[in-house]
Structures are given as structure tokens and as C-alpha cells.
Write a protein that binds this ligand. Structure first.
Ligand code: PLP
Length: 393
């Protein structure tokens, strides 16, 4: 079999769509004015930023004035959480979940060390959130609830509309990290009481270096970046014009392809998952398979190392990701799978495949053939490969 390149790590980052790249091109050498300048070079550019703001707003059912451009999803999350708390200094309770991305998790950790009372909501074995727990912990002192729409590792989707409604009823502000959901799931903020929402360009086929923070009109919010008056005084700094224009185009394309994500991409993901479960010696899916992103599957191959799997997949041109310690760039195994109570023997053998609208049926077939071959090879050299051992927690 010939080696091909198969990219199945789209939750880490995506290819910039060719249409997006094309839309960005004029903003380097011809339309390079500073949008804040009074002259025509600037004025011409500003029109394109306004258009991009409309395109982003249209994808999520927002008003253009509620869209603030940032540099990435991490900045959006930081600006949202810190910006809300700075505007409500008298409230000291904040709520999040145990499975958030570090862009939220580490901000909450910092705040817990600095006078804030943090509640981390638990998830069940399928990675699902318990809304009753949220209802119980909301109190008069709660300033903010920050929950992700969809999990980056497992794809599990939280009941975000209900969580936002509960939060609003309790008089607190609701922030949602929608970095993985945007472009894959329909989002309509005109009907969902979310106050702030984060998006990252490079997760939806725009370039790196661009993010969005949606701030609902009327939300009390203190700017994080101080300086010039860009972004309506909410985020200072000269705009990353090519990336903003590209993001606008990417959002337009994402709006057109949400149905493809939920039909074609989902069918390919299901095909990949069922073939792996059927042909593997011992594999199981991590996370709720009902409420899940259409492009993601997180599979544990028991008793073999996710890291070794990834190295061997990479040797045959396949890019995927793992929840095991070393490959995720941290010393700890996935906090998401641990929070779900997945046993160590399965956490260490977990692999995430995340597809996109560019994934083909041939790609899926190539992954299955190679993954099964790699599994057998690793089991042959693993001391536990064929013998059943008791589950170690
Ligand atoms: N939130 C989630 C759920 C993510 O998956 C990521 C990136 O993986 C981020 C936030 C951070 O986004 P960025 O890489 O744009 O900073």
C-alpha cells in the first residue's frame, strides 16, 4: 500500500480553506492601510472589516456590533472571564466544569488562588453534564458560569441552552467556549441567553491568529487589552486585517457547510468508528455517542500506549491525537478522560480522530487498515497485549 497524507486532527487545527486564503491575499500588498487612518487607504480597509463582522455575526445569530475580534480562542476565553469579573467586583463565586480546555481551566485555577470561590461541575462516565448540579450550586454570589459548548477531546456536547437559561434566571453572567462547536453545530444567539461566546478562526478553516469574542449588548464587561479605541474600545490593538477578512469568509463557508458536517462528515466519522470497533481486539468509544460533534471520535485501545499508536500512525502519514500524557504536551494524562472516570489502562490508549469536510472515504479506509495493523503489532510486543488484567483505576 502506498503512503498517503491523511489529516485527522481537525480539532487541533484545520487547513485554511483555499477560498479563505484567496480572500486574505489583497490585504498584504495592496489593501494594507490601517483601518483607523482617516485617509482612503484606511477607509477602504475598514469596509472589509465591517463586512467580516457581519459575516461572523450571521453564523451565530448575533448583531455585528456584538462581535469583537481577538487573536485566538485563548484570548477570547481570558477576555470574557476576566472582563466580566472586573465589571462585577462584589461577586466572588464562579462556576465551570472539570473538562474545560486549559484556556478556561487555567484562568479559573488562577482565580481560585486569588480570592474566588470556584465550583467545578462534574461529568458522568459519558462526559455528560448534570444540570441539577448546576442548579444547586448557583447562588446570589455567583458572578459567572463558563461552560464549553462541545468538548475538544471527546466531542461531547453540553446542554448549553438550558445551562444558559438557568444561569440567567440566577442573575449570573454566562460565558460559552464555542471554539469546537462553531462551524460544526448550528448556533443561534438570538434565541439562546448566552452573554459571551468564544470562537477561534483556525478551528473552522480560517487562519491562525484570529479569534472572536461575542459580547451580548448590555453585558457588563471591562476590556482586558487597553490602548487605542479599536473594536469599540473593547479590545485595543491594530486589527489583523487579512485574518479578519479571512475569518469572515470562513464563517460564510461554515454556514453553508454545517449540513455537510452533520451528514457527510458525520457518516464518515461513524464509518471510521464502527470499522475500528468491529475490527479491533479491544476498543471502546469515550464519551456520549448521541450528543456529540459530528466530526469527532475518541477511542481507547486497551493496554496499548496512545503515544506509540500516534508515532506509528505518523510513520504512515496519518495525523491524529492522543489523551495520553506525553503526546498531549503535559505530564498528566487527559484531565477530560480522568474526570469521566475512564480507567488509566484506557486513558493511556486513547486516540482522537477528528475529521473535516475535506476528509474522504479513502482517507477513512486508509486509517482503519493502518490502525488495525498497528494495534496488532503493538499488542504483540505489549506485556499485557493479550492477557486480561483486572481494571486498574
Ligand atoms: N477552547 C477549546 C475548546 C479549544 O479546543 C481550544 C483549542 O484547542 C481553545 C479554546 C483555544 O483556542 P486557540 O488555539 O485559538 O487559542
Amino acid at each position: 500500500m502506498s503512503i498517503r497524507d491523511v489529516y485527522a486532527d481537525n480539532n487541533a487545527t484545520t487547513m485554511t480553506a483555499p477560498e479563505v486564503l484567496e480572500s486574505m491575499q489583497p490585504f498584504f500588498c495592496s489593501l494594507y492601510g490601517n483601518p483607523s487612518s482617516m485617509h482612503n487607504f484606511g477607509g477602504q480597509v475598514k469596509k472589509h472589516i465591517d463586512r467580516a463582522r457581519e459575516q461572523v455575526a450571521a453564523l451565530i445569530g448575533a448583531q455585528p456590533a456584538e462581535i469583537m475580534f481577538t487573536s485566538c480562542g485563548t484570548e477570547s476565553d481570558n477576555a470574557a472571564i476576566r472582563g466580566v469579573l472586573a465589571a462585577a467586583p462584589n461577586k466572588k463565586h464562579i462556576i465551570t466544569s472539570r473538562v474545560e480546555h486549559p484556556a478556561v481551566k487555567n484562568v479559573f485555577y488562577y482565580l481560585s488562588e486569588n480570592d474566588y470561590r470556584v465550583t467545578e461541575l462534574s461529568v458522568d462516565r459519558q462526559g455528560r453534564l448534570d444540570l441539577d448540579e448546576l442548579r444547586e450550586v448557583l447562588d446570589d454570589d455567583t458572578a459567572l458560569v463558563s461552560l464549553m459548548w462541545a468538548n475538544n477531546e471527546t466531542g461531547v456536547v453540553f446542554p448549553i441552552e438550558q445551562a444558559a437559561e438557568m444561569t440567567r434566571a440566577a442573575g449570573a453572567v454566562f460565558h460559552c467556549d464555542a471554539v469546537q462547536a462553531a462551524g460544526k453545530l448550528a448556533i443561534d444567539l438570538s434565541r439562546t441567553p448566552i452573554d459571551l461566546l468564544s470562537i477561534s478562526g483556525h478551528k473552522l478553516h480560517a487562519s491562525k491568529g484570529i479569534g472572536v469574542l461575542y459580547v451580548r449588548k448590555g453585558t457588563h464587561f471591562m476590556p482586558f487589552m487597553l490602548g487605542g479605541h479599536q473594536e469599540g474600545g473593547r479590545r485595543a490593538g491594530t486589527e489583523n486585517v487579512p485574518a479578519i477578512v479571512g475569518l469572515g469568509r470562513a464563517c460564510e463557508l461554515a454556514g453553508d457547510s454545517i449540513s455537510t458536517e452533520n451528514t457527510t462528515v458525520k457518516a464518515l466519522r461513524d464509518q471510521l468508528e464502527s470499522a475500528l470497533l468491529e475490527q479491533s481486539i479491544d476498543a471502546s468509544v469515550n464519551g456520549d455517542t448521541v450528543n456529540r460533534l459530528p466530526n469527532t471520535t475518541n477511542i481507547s485501545f486497551k493496554y496499548i500506549e496512545g503515544e506509540s499508536i500516534l508515532i506509528l500512525l505518523s510513520e504512515v502519514g496519518i495525523a491524529a491525537s492522543s489523551g495520553s500524557a506525553c503526546t498531549s504536551g503535559s505530564l498528566e494524562p487527559s484531565h477530560v478522560l480522568r474526570a469521566m472516570g475512564v480507567p488509566f489502562t484506557r486513558v493511556h490508549g486513547s486516540v482522537r480522530f477528528s475529521l473535516s469536510r475535506y476528509t474522504t472515504a479513502e482517507d477513512v479506509e486508509y486509517i482503519v487498515t493502518n490502525m488495525i495493523r498497528i494495534e496488532r503489532r503493538l499488542r504483540e510486543i505489549s506485556p499485557f497485549g493479550r492477557d486480561e488484567l483486572p481494571e486498574v483505576r
